[in-house]
Design a binder for this molecule. Sequence first.
Ligand SMILES: C[S@@+](CC[C@H](N)C(=O)[O-])C[C@H]1O[C@@H](n2cnc3c(N)ncnc32)[C@H](O)[C@@H]1O
Length: 295
Amino acid sequence: MDQPSLYSRYSELQHADNLFVLERYLRLLRWDGVAPPGAGAGVGVGAADRGGPYAVLDVGVGDGHFAVEVLVPRLPGNCERFVGVDSSEAMVTFANQHYRSRCMEFVHLDISSETVEASLECSFDHVFSFYTLHWVKRQRQAFHNIYKLLKPGGDALLTFLATNPIYDIHQIMAKNKKWKPYIKTDYIAPYHQKKHPEKQLENVLKKTGFVKYMCRVENRTHQFHGYDILRKSINAVNPILSKLTGDDAEDYMNDFMDEVRHLPSVKIEKINNNEETITIHYKLFIVYAVKPDDT
Ligand SMILES: C[S@@+](CC[C@H](N)C(=O)[O-])C[C@H]1O[C@@H](n2cnc3c(N)ncnc32)[C@H](O)[C@@H]1O
């Protein structure tokens, strides 16, 4: 995950899902004293009297594009501090070069590390995370850190993959002698193909100390218009490619794309001029959680 330029061009699936989540769930957050986006009877509205300027953290901010161009403009009221964190130095450097401003900064942090910088603890009214937590094996530690970073009474809106056919391909590729040495089980999302992913995650949230939470799995579909776009989109987030060079990287991607054609959960159709559309079905977590006021 250290190709910010490629990711910024080939992240249509992630951005479509992120937008879907914002449009439906942003109003859940506690925008006390501030009219929430698309104001209606939002769940958390008016729950505590914190009002005024607020601070936001985005975990796994990536290249920064979605956060700055899509998320921040949708936040109501006065977001006076925005911090994007990411475990990839390349992403953090790119985001700082393109988007750093007086109230926006990008910092290196692995959300599953044993400790987080003391100056960031209890600093944020709202924590967001888009398309990141499926990369994190140490789920308990990541949720513990998110909890620590929130102010008492702060809340979090998180979205990440529960299940995706890409992980089935990783598993198939891991059986191939040539690629096996490069593929770690870490690359499989922690809840992929689990029978009751919501229950498992609710357990993590409860053990972390969150008392109010919502954990939902949505069925999602995305259509890629052409194999090349799908190939580049996979390239942009594929952790194995950085370990391969030249022809090996090319061969790996060719094998990967061949497997795409064989998966039952992927539908391929020919349209005008023999162009192909590739439709994939997958499941997305949407998590909303509130840190208790009295911590
Ligand atoms: C698919 S990108 C999502 C970027 C952005 N949030 C978006 O939706 O466009 C996932 C990002 O999570 C970062 N990431 C992966 N594991 C992480 C961890 N343990 N802590 C912080 N960031 C992590 C990756 O470096 C990458 O930039």
